[in-house]
Design a binder for this molecule. Structure first.
Ligand SMILES: [Zn+2]
Length: 660
């Protein structure tokens, strides 16, 4: 007696993508409710089942839907915003400032909806997302009917959806509790990366993931710099560092893992972590080549992800699968590695396992949810078809199929696309809204780019209040005499230090923009050894505000921020018109002269060789006070036995401040 079911799909090339890679031609798949009941030869299934609906698949490939193992879906709205940049400049200079300004629940809902359309059209039935306002990402995804691992991001600095990481942690916990058990959405938590989280944050996210028994989604070892910094800061590479902090107590989905050695691959395997390999993103950001072949040999669950569409820039999994196969061959010099069948398994069963969702999706097996697609392999770009080798069909799908060959998509037993017609969402209005956002974001960036200061603020340079600085600088030929002068009892020395300084000045086209100085300060102890290094970024006011008689300089200063990024980052982010480099040895005293605090600097300029300069400085917040201090500064210079008149060092000032 045949069993009655909801749907029987027949006349297909069925690729189950199960562990044994069973395929059936002509094959059939039986679906009842949200589940697959059977996959097998068409004759057999026709005898075993009577279905309410029968679908003749017309000889297309019937296979599990693709699993996009790592993405930031809502970033569809930022696609094409900033490209061909290094990861840090792209992320910290553009993405994060724009996200802080624009990302809202509506933004995430819209962006995720657009991504879902792209996913459906390219045969993706399940994806692993990591973003802000993940509640909205989950809602949009569930409304459209796709399956997703939705991970709420936690970072150590304020995000669009949380002023503090404590709030982000709280939001993650709430989100997970609300969505746990949903038929389509698996909620989870995403500490963004070890370098954007503290140890406490990582600890707290592990606790959230384990206590709720949900996955933990994180970026690990994406760039060589990340690994280098980890070694410098923690004395070990990224994977041992997170292992030490018990990250793998949670069910981890690790995106990237580009820079991992064989020991680290074994560590990931031992802890059953899943890996998301993102070849387009790694290529475009020049992050390197993940050792995918080694990972697969060890037995890691490696999925394939598109990463966000702001860094890819598309969500086309067919392209991604092809790249995964090609990059592995190209980077190893071995064309036999990551064969087509393996690449397709990564995009289906292994991907689902990497998401820790392997029991519900990723292959056409009884008991799994009915997440499946039909792909037409008859178009010209995929013809003719050879049937001698059963592996041939995998090669057709991986090397010649295009996303546009996907004709039908079903998730959880529900059709989302039939004959390339979307059934659960329309795209026209969404596209219009996306363009409204693009206009606003363009305007925001155009305005920001107009000023060096606003660009500095955009990357979160914590800054001091604007202030004035009184400054007298003279060339001296007798440094020892000056030092003797400083040591006279009339001057009270509060503090004395020695530094070696490397200054890079950025000059800009428009002198009104002022200049930026990147300073590396080495503290030198009595033995002449460097004990500490400090990096500072100073925005030096537009021009000297006023020039007093005797060349006392009053400059409108100075926004000082710790330089948390590299010189290279600032160079690529600010794009200065020209640069000046100065290296000097500085003796610095903080003194009281007539009860007023001054800094005295005795600078030996080594590069370029400009000789030794005496500088007397005082910070002030009002113009009147500045005038008093200017007078005193001149007296102090005279007291130290240096002359102010003819010796004021215009050449130095001009050299440094070309813009003036
Ligand atoms: Zn990512």
């Amino acid at each position: 007696m045949p069993k009655s079911i909801d749907l029987l799909l027949t006349n297909a090339i069925v690729l189950t993508m199960d562990e044994k890679f069973h395929q059936y031609e002509p094959g059939a798949v039986a679906v009842d409710g949200d589940c697959i009941v059977a996959a097998g030869p068409e004759d057999e299934l026709k005898n075993q089942y009577t279905a309410k609906d029968n679908l003749d698949c017309g000889g297309k490939v019937l296979m599990p839907g693709l699993v996009n193992a790592h993405t930031h879906a809502a970033m569809t709205l930022l696609r094409g915003l900033a490209d061909d940049l290094r990861l840090d400049v792209w992320l910290l200079g553009f993405m994060m400032p724009v996200e802080r300004e624009f990302v809202s629940p509506e933004f995430v809902h819209l962006g995720t909806s657009l991504a879902c359309i792209e996913f459906i059209r390219s045969g993706v039935t399940c994806f692993a997302d990591m973003y802000y306002f993940e509640e909205e990402a989950a809602k949009a995804t569930a409304e459209i009917g796709l399956r997703a691992l939705c991970s709420q991001t936690v970072l150590k600095f304020p995000t669009p959806d949380a002023d503090s990481y404590e709030k982000a942690l709280e939001a993650s916990q709430d989100f997970i509790q609300r969505w746990k058990g949903h038929p389509l959405i698996v909620p989870s938590v995403a500490p963004h990366a070890p370098y954007t989280c503290t140890e406490d944050i990582i600890q707290a996210t592990i606790e959230i993931a384990t206590s709720n028994d949900v996955p933990l989604h994180i970026h690990l070892a994406e760039t060589a710099i990340e690994v280098e910094n980890s070694k410098e800061e923690h004395g070990m590479a990224v994977i041992p560092y997170v292992e030490k902090h018990n990250l793998f107590d949670a069910k981890v989905l690790a995106a990237h893992c580009v820079h991992v050695g064989i020991d680290e691959i074994h560590t990931l395997h031992k802890h059953k972590a899943g890996v998301a390999h993102n070849p387009s993103s790694n290529l475009k950001l020049a992050s390197g080549f993940a050792p995918v072949t080694e990972m697969l040999e060890v037995g890691l669950d490696v999925g394939i992800g598109t990463d966000g569409s702001a860094s890819n820039n598309d969500l086309d999994m067919f392209e991604e699968i092809r790249l995964a196969a090609l990059v592995a061959k190209g980077s190893s010099g071995d064309p036999t590695v990551v064969p087509a069948r393996t690449a397709l398994a990564m995009a289906t069963r292994l991907g689902a396992k990497a998401l820790h969702m392997g029991d519900i999706t990723g292959s056409l097996e009884p008991g799994k949810r009915a997440d499946l697609i039909l792909v037409d392999i008859s178009p010209l770009h995929n013809a003719p078809r050879f049937q001698r080798d059963p592996e041939g069909v995998y090669a057709q799908l991986v090397y010649a199929s295009k996303a546009t060959d996907v004709t039908d998509v079903m998730v959880n037993g529900q059709w989302l696309m039939r004959e390339q017609r979307l059934l659960t969402i329309e795209e026209d209005e969404l596209l219009r809204q996306a363009n409204v956002y693009a206009k606003k974001i363009d305007a925001f960036l155009i305005e920001r780019e107009q000023s060096v200061l606003s660009k500095l603020i955009a990357i979160g340079g914590a800054m001091e209040q604007e202030s004035f600085e009184v400054q007298v600088k003279v060339r001296v030929s007798n440094p020892d005499a000056i030092i003797a002068g400083i040591n006279q009892p009339e001057l009270e020395t509060l503090h004395h230090r020695r530094y070696h300084e490397y200054d890079t000045y950025f000059h800009f086209d428009d002198p009104a923009q002022g200049q930026l100085r990147y300073r590396e300060d080495e503290f030198i102890d009595e033995k002449g050894e460097c004990t500490n290094v400090r990096y500072r970024l100073t925005m030096i006011g537009r021009t000297r505000e006023r020039h007093f008689p005797s060349d006392v300089l009053l400059s409108r200063s100075r926004f000082i921020a710790p330089a948390v990024h590299s010189l290279r980052f600032y160079r690529e982010y600010f794009k200065p018109e020209s640069e000046t480099f100065i290296e000097k040895d500085r003796l610095r005293w903080r003194v009281l002269f007539w009860g007023i605090e001054f800094y005295i600097n005795l600078d030996r300029i080594d590069q370029p060789d400009l000789g030794t300069f005496l500088e007397v400085k005082s910070r002030t917040w009002s113009q009147r006070d500045a005038e008093n201090k200017a007078e005193l500064a001149e007296k102090l210079i005279a007291f130290l036995g240096a002359e102010t008149e003819k010796t004021v060092t215009q050449d130095y000032v001009e050299f440094v401040a070309k813009a003036e």
